[in-house]
Design a protein around this ligand. Structure first.
Ligand SMILES: Cc1ncc(COP(=O)(O)O)c(C=O)c1O
Length: 475
């Protein structure tokens, strides 16, 4: 028998890169294990996971929303409502009963597109948000937004001469999925100097470049609010982007998983692409993604999300349905999480006060941390950081001296990866180097989340490290 080798596998798999769980995260795991030993010889006593937007991760402090977990508990074991009659608020019991009547046991497969009743709730949420109709038949519940993005990319790409326009910096799900499906990454750069704004001209230039290289751009990815940038689009830019998609026959893939993470609501609000497409009566085919992993819900491990298709023919919707049927159904626990996200308690419900307090606290904590961290990062020599109005991250730019760059190359690393590795080795703080998200030639960044508690201590360590790094390698 021939041995199973890497060479015998689908070659696309070797091309896939995903920095968020890459070298730094792997080394952080090793350190975490090492810390369990008493004589570990490490210069820090904990690993700080600032590399991934996983709000409920061990070591972080974002609690789950009580309402979400109570509904989930009763869906797992409906008998609990009778065994603990005074524990659950009346609206939770009523919600679980209503869902149970629709779903039955959560141990059964559901409709492949997602429980119809929950899809109706999603459609209502979208209508209330945008003021335009939404059809539950055009909504697909998914195991997180990633599953939806992956499916759509797999359906859009016709290798080897088609590509998708991706913002740089980007969330690496996009480049990873394109690599897997032999699609061409068509990068367009966001403008850091203007708060990571999206320039229609730079996208147009990327389309024209693709055409000259014989590549057909199939879709435009917009992440709004941005990851890793935290930038928010204004409505006039969104209208222009929709027109650009019309001009070049592009599908618009709108990744809106951070729509509820807004840190400067007085000046930066979120407008969905669904609303812009509806308002402008645009024929652009749009897929809008949402997730329970982010926002105030933070239920990453539950794997829930949805996508809504706008301006898709019934024929294509039937094909998407066929493809999701192959996977049988999205996880029921995630679908129930979606229901709690789109139908939170209303004023007057028994759970409302607690829900309001919990969600207000999460928003306030994220806002304060984002503001404090960006101010302190900006005060460091050689660091500039856009004070991000949305999402869960900051993406500071760092100036690295020639001697730091030389030391990095000698170690076989990208300079920002070298900086991030030294940061991890010295402080236990795990961030993701900008090379994992993309950046302009000769620029260096890293992404850190705004989710870590003890900002004073943590940013203090980061500041000390940065100053020491400059002492070692020069400014
Ligand atoms: C921009 C963006 N899109 C999609 C996802 C995937 O989220 P999910 O957990 O819903 O798959 C993430 C996760 O970090 C993200 O940042």
């Amino acid at each position: 028998m021939r041995p199973l080798t890497v060479e015998s596998l689908n070659p696309s798999i070797s091309q896939v890169q995903y920095a968020v769980r890459g070298e730094l995260a792997i080394k952080a795991e090793v350190y975490r294990e090492q810390l369990k030993q008493t004589d570990n010889n490490l210069p820090f006593d904990k690993v700080i996971s600032s590399n991934i937007g996983n709000p409920q991760q061990k070591g972080l402090d974002q609690p789950p929303i009580t309402f979400t977990r109570q509904v989930a508990a009763l869906m797992e074991w409906p008998m609990l409502a009778d065994l603990a009659p005074n524990v659950f608020p009346r609206d939770v019991v009523a919600r679980a009963k209503e869902l149970s009547e629709e779903i039955g046991s959560i141990g059964a497969y559901s409709h492949s597109q997602g429980v119809p009743f929950i899809r109706k709730s999603v459609a209502q949420f979208i209508e209330d948000r945008d003021g335009f109709p939404s059809d539950p038949g055009h909504i697909f519940l998914t195991g997180g937004a990633s599953a939806g993005v992956s499916l759509l990319i797999s359906m859009l790409i016709t290798p080897p001469t088609s590509g998708i326009l991706i913002p740089i910096p980007q969330y690496p799900l996009y480049t990873a999925t394109l690599a897997q499906h032999n699609g061409v990454v068509l990068p367009y750069h966001l403008d850091e100097a203007s708060g990571w704004s999206t320039s229609v001209e730079s996208i147009e230039a990327a389309v024209e470049k693709a055409h000259t290289e014989g590549i057909t751009p199939k879709a435009l990815v917009i992440i709004n609010p941005g990851n890793p940038t935290g930038a928010l689009l204004d409505e006039s830019t969104q209208v222009k982007l929709v027109h650009l998609c019309e001009k070049y026959s592009l599908v618009l893939l709108a990744d809106e998983v951070y729509q509820a993470n807004l840190h400067q609501p007085e000046s930066h609000s979120f407008t969905s692409f669904k609303k812009v497409v509806a308002q402008t009566r645009s024929p652009v085919p749009l897929v809008s993604f949402h997730s329970i992993s982010k926002g105030v819900s933070g239920e990453c491990g539950r794997r829930g999300g949805y996508f809504e298709c706008t301006n898709f023919s019934e024929e294509i919707l039937a094909l998407i349905y066929k493809m999701v049927s192959v996977g049988l159904c999205p996880p029921l626990s995630g679908q129930i999480g979606v229901d709690s996200m789109v139908r939170p308690p209303k004023p007057g419900d028994e759970s409302y006060e607690l829900w309001k307090k919990e969600t207000d606290t999460i928003h306030e904590v994220l806002r304060t941390r984002t503001r404090t961290m960006s101010a302190r990062l900006n005060a460091l020599p050689g660091v500039s950081c856009v004070d991000s109005p949305g999402a869960l991250y900051l993406y500071p730019q760092i100036q690295l001296s020639k001697s730091a760059q030389d030391a990095a190359r000698a170690a076989g690393k990208e300079p920002d990866a070298f900086y991030a590795l030294e940061l991890l080795d010295e402080t236990g703080i795990c961030v993701v180097p900008g090379s994992g998200f993309g950046q302009k030639e000769g620029e260096w960044h890293y992404r850190l989340t705004c989710l870590c508690p003890g900002v004073d201590e943590y940013v203090g360590k980061l500041e000390n490290f940065h100053r020491g790094f400059i002492e070692r390698y020069g400014a």
